[in-house]
Each structure stands twice: as structure tokens, then as C-alpha cells.
Write a new protein. Structure first.
Length: 141
């Protein structure tokens, strides 16, 4: 099984940007932890600050039938285009939306997601463990 793990804008700054909100663990550390938890699954990691690049990776996953774990960052609240791309994955292998912080306890604008209604699940507020929880979901499926 191959799983695509996507990270949206500013997540390349994990460990540096707002550590009081996102912690001090880097994205490379998240990837290392996930690889250790992956068992026999193959994980492909991709991060971009550009919406179109994320959409291209979602299309690749849809064509290959891969499930997706995505932390869409700020695109959660703004991107209908990313939602439209993920709809194809949702109809196939599925995707889980992950947020490091509890978006529901933050600013009002962060409490709406264009992606959540079509996701298999949404994990928010568990820190970086949310990625491992999403991985566990797909590995147990």
C-alpha cells in the first residue's frame, strides 16, 4: 500500500513558526516518525506553498488509487479547487484531513473547512500525533 502525505503552505516552517501553537517538531521529524510507524506501507511525502502543486499531487494519487493524508494549512479555509481535486480521492481510497492545532478553538475563520465534509475523517488538536493517527486509520483499513 502506498499513502500520499501532503502538507500545505507554511508547514515547511514547523518547529520555527509559532511554536506555542504548532510545537517545536520539524516537518522532517514528522516524516521520520511516520516512516517508523508505517509498517510495510510506502509513504510519499510532499509539501508545497503552492495550491496548484498540491492539486497535481492529489490528481496523481487519484489516478493511482492511493489514500491521502493532508494537512492543507491555510488552504483548508480558502481552496475550493483543492476540495474539487480531493473529491475524486474521496470517491476512491479516501483522505483524512489533519490539523496540528485545534482549529475549532482558534480564530473564527479557521473553524470552516471546505475539505471536512468529504473527508473520511478530520483530526485536529492532537499535535503531530494526528498524522500518526491518520496513518493508523489507513493501515487498519
Amino acid at each position: 500500500m502506498k499513502i500520499l502525505v501532503l502538507n500545505g503552505p507554511n508547514l515547511n516552517r514547523l518547529g520555527k513558526r509559532q511554536p506555542e501553537v504548532y510545537g517545536t517538531t520539524s516537518l522532517a521529524d514528522v516524516e521520520k516518525r511516520m516512516r517508523a510507524a508505517a509498517g510495510g506501507a510506502e509513504l510519499e511525502f510532499y509539501q508545497s506553498n503552492y495550491e496548484g502543486e498540491l492539486i497535481d499531487k492529489v490528481h496523481e494519487a487519484a489516478d493511482a488509487g492511493w489514500p491521502v493524508i493532508i494537512n492543507p494549512g491555510g488552504f483548508t479555509h480558502t481552496s475550493v479547487a483543492l476540495r474539487d481535486a480531493l473529491a475524486e480521492v474521496a470517491d476512491g481510497a479516501g483522505f483524512v484531513e489533519v490539523h496540528i492545532s485545534n482549529v475549532h478553538a482558534r480564530e473564527q475563520f479557521r473553524q470552516h473547512s471546505y475539505l471536512s465534509p468529504i473527508a473520511r475523517g478530520v483530526i485536529a488538536g492532537l499535535g503531530i500525533y494526528g498524522y500518526e493517527a491518520a496513518l493508523g486509520y489507513f493501515l487498519s483499513d
